[in-house]
Each structure stands twice: as structure tokens, then as C-alpha cells.
Design a binder for this molecule. Sequence first.
Ligand SMILES: Nc1nc2c(c(=O)[nH]1)N[C@@H](CN(C=O)c1ccc(C(=O)N[C@@H](CCC(=O)O)C(=O)O)cc1)CN2
Ligand SMILES: [Mg+2]
Length: 290
Amino acid sequence: MTAALIDGKAFAAGLRERVAQRVARFVEQAGRAPGLAVVLVGDDPASAVYVRSKGKATTAAGMAGIEHRLPADVPQQALLDLVDALNADPAIDGILVQLPLPSHIDEQAVTTRIDPDKDVDGFHPVNAGRLATGLEGFVPCTPLGCLMLLKDQLGDLSGLDAVVIGRSNIVGKPMAQLLIAESCTVTVAHSRTRDLPSVVKRADIVVAAVGRPQMVKAEWLKPGATVIDVGINRTPEGLVGDVDFAGALDVAGAVTPVPGGVGPMTIAVLLRNTLISAERRENVVGEGAL
Ligand SMILES: Nc1nc2c(c(=O)[nH]1)N[C@@H](CN(C=O)c1ccc(C(=O)N[C@@H](CCC(=O)O)C(=O)O)cc1)CN2
Ligand SMILES: [Mg+2]
């Protein structure tokens, strides 16, 4: 094994601590805690776990977490009405609807109903547009967490070749935008990409976000590459990423494990985004780096 392990769990713990310190200053100045509303529809077990983790982390950082649970068969209009009420509530700085939603609900309709300035998930098309054009907005938590790990590992990313595997609105596309903004040369690969191994071979940075267990093989990697594995695949052998982790350890320069890599960053960045939303809404100048 030659690769360094990128400890997302430890980095996320540090970020949560820095957020908590800045939350304390916000409370002193604004006279209230930042508020995050999390909406869970239905009873998908993984989603329930993530929502509970978000609630716990929110409270631990000194923020107010408000959880709304709706039944799996809730009419779409009732969910939209709840979003409208949260948009209008001055105590709420961040609104998040846990995905995936039941199939009878149009995810886009829900995502676009959230006030873009409370959209701490960064899924609203206005925030996607802000990211694409270099305006201040909210960036989706998972790709921003990946970027933080990359910069911590590599420093300046300028000029590096990056390959993002996966083109989802939640991870692949915003990840590509973030890497472009860091002056990387970015390739977005997906299921129709021809000769993926040779595309991956030239990359200094590989971000795998396809949702296919161990699809990215060690022999595809350029020696010394930094590999960020966004995949969380539940298999009979346990939780595995999109990268052949054991093989990558012998080729890559650094690699994130699954679990304990990217996953913990998602919730830490959510707290960061919620604090920043509260600071913007109350005109509080945040002090202390995040
Ligand atoms: N509205 C949103 N929905 C979803 C998001 C999101 O950012 N916003 N992301 C994922 C789920 N997710 C948070 O919501 C999330 C996924 C994974 C983890 C995590 O810490 N994973 C651990 C493994 C835990 C396990 O056993 O499952 C790890 O990788 O170490 C946190 C949050 C989809 N929905
Ligand atoms: Mg995809």
C-alpha cells in the first residue's frame, strides 16, 4: 500500500467544530440560533438515518433543527404547502427536503419551490446557475465536501486534469463546475463514455459518483492520482464505494475510504451552508475560517 488515506470523518469533525464556534458568535449578535428545517417524506430506512444524523449534528453545533415527517402517500400539494410555510418563517434559515422522494412526487417541483436563499442543499436551479456563473449562492453539500478534501490534500488544484464520473445534478455537474472554478481541466464521464479506462488514466484527480460497486479499477488509475469515492453501495459484502479501494491503495497517491470518506462531509457542509445562510439573512459578518 502506497496511497495516503483521506480521513473525511476527521476533516468533517473539524469543520463541524469550526461551524459551532461561529454559530456561538452568531447567536450573540443575532439573538437567535440559525434554524434548519429538514423534511422527510415516507419511511425509507437510509433516509431516516441520514435525517436523524442531520438533526443531531445541527443541535450539537448550537443550531435549531426542526424535523417535519410526512407520510409516504402525502399529496404533492401538501408538501409544497409545507415548503411555502417554511419559506415564509423568519426563524428558518435553511430548508432541506430529503431525497429520494416517493415516485408520485415531482422532485423538481419541490426543489424549485424552496426559496433559493434558504436552499442549503444547493439543488434549486437558481443556485445551479449561480455556481455555473461564479455568483455567490449555495453549493450542493457532497461536491463541496469533495472539493474541501481535495484542496486539503493537494493545495492549489490549478492546471490539474480532473475526471468526474457521473453527471447527476446533485454531484457530478456541480463537482465539475467547482473544479472548473479551481482551474482544473475537467472531463465529465458517464454511462455512454467510450473507453472510460483511458479517460481515467490521464486524470490527476478522479471523482467517482456513479453508484456502481467497485466499478473504477485500480489499473485504470494514473499512478499517484487523488481518488475521491462518492459511492455508497450496500452489497452482501457490506458497504462499498464506486472504486476498487483495495487495488487503488497500491496505485493512487491518496484515496477516500467508504465509509468514512466523503459521506461525513455531506452533513458537515450542510451545517456550514446553514450558518452562512443565517449570517447573510441577519447581516452578521462571520468571523473565523470555515
Ligand atoms: N436533500 C438531500 N438528500 C440527499 C442528500 C443530500 O445532500 N441532500 N445526500 C444523500 C444522503 N445523505 C444526506 O442526505 C448522506 C449520505 C451519506 C452520509 C454518510 O455519512 N455516509 C457514511 C456511511 C453511512 C451508512 O452506513 O450509510 C459514510 O460514507 O461514511 C451522510 C449523508 C442522498 N439524499
Ligand atoms: Mg449519474
